[in-house]
Write a new protein. Sequence first.
Length: 374
Amino acid sequence: MLTGLEIATADDSHLFDSKPSSKVETRSIGGWSGYIQKYRKIGSPGQWEHAIFLNMWLDKFRFCGRSACPTSVYLSAAKKLANGGRFPLGRYLLGSVYHILHQVAEKLLLGQSIGNLGGPWWFINMWLSVHMHKRLRFDLFAQHFPRDIAEDHELADAESATRPPLNYGEAAILLPSTGGNEDQVSRFFQTLYEGLAKDQRAWMPYEDPETRFPLTFHPFDAALNKDHDLMMAIITPRAIPVNIFGSVKTSNPTYEFYNPLALARQLSFGQLPIGLSYADVVKPRETITSGLEWIRIAQLPPNVDTSDIDLSAWIPALFITQEYKQWWEEWKEHLYCTSALTYRGMIDPKYKVPENIVSLQLIPQFFCYFYPYW
């Protein structure tokens, strides 16, 4: 939906602990600028030049390595892509997102500083932008990008120099941020804490009645679902790899779990109580030591059965089941914490916390709606 990366392709695990047959110089070359200067060529690029570029694209712009300088960690994956190979890169990215959120939550619970974890924070920001666009009164479909126009081309009177976004990712990345304004940050925090007004909620963030963004999977029009494998990949629980690139000795490969029950309502399915599909199947986040071990984990069936799902009879219908309502009523009894106004005073020193505030406040359903992704 946001990146267009592969998620339905089979994962053959050939990238696990793989070592590239060729090497690139990454040390003492002046960072990414030096990397570009060293490997820049004149003329049409070959497969090796393409792999060099994709290595930078994966490291710097997708997975955002913590070293913030050139490495060869992603070179094997880059070579496979340059040679026309396919693998579920979107799952790898999602696994990295889940893992960094877990690491941050763990450090916060222990009262530790977060430090430099690296990771695709850009994707987290983009995802939040899509879900918060109504709160910020941001029209995803009204944005514009500069067109790629030849230098010698003169625009006609009625010809525009801009173009609309091509997908949700392009639209969301333009959402204005709060910057360093402490008042805006504290207000934004209170919004996340206390929830949105009903007219600002984006329960279906990918709703596009006029189909302005072309998708092979469209959650609101069964006639536009052109990719059965993609649809099955979206609704099937699975283990997704983390740190699978590079050497086992340095990358600490592990896995996270993708749980589609957490997003059923957003994709126009009936919302059931959120369950953990692998709770009784395998321990979470164990270290993977070999490619065969990862294949075994990836092929473990969850404790839910998706084999008899008939997508041809699926009709998009947004609703919440009675079981979900009962589940939420029980869970919200346990979700109490300090008033949001207290935290606002910590975020914005100029904000004056009112006297006699309630010290215990219920976390709204809005927060629980986002939390399962984390």
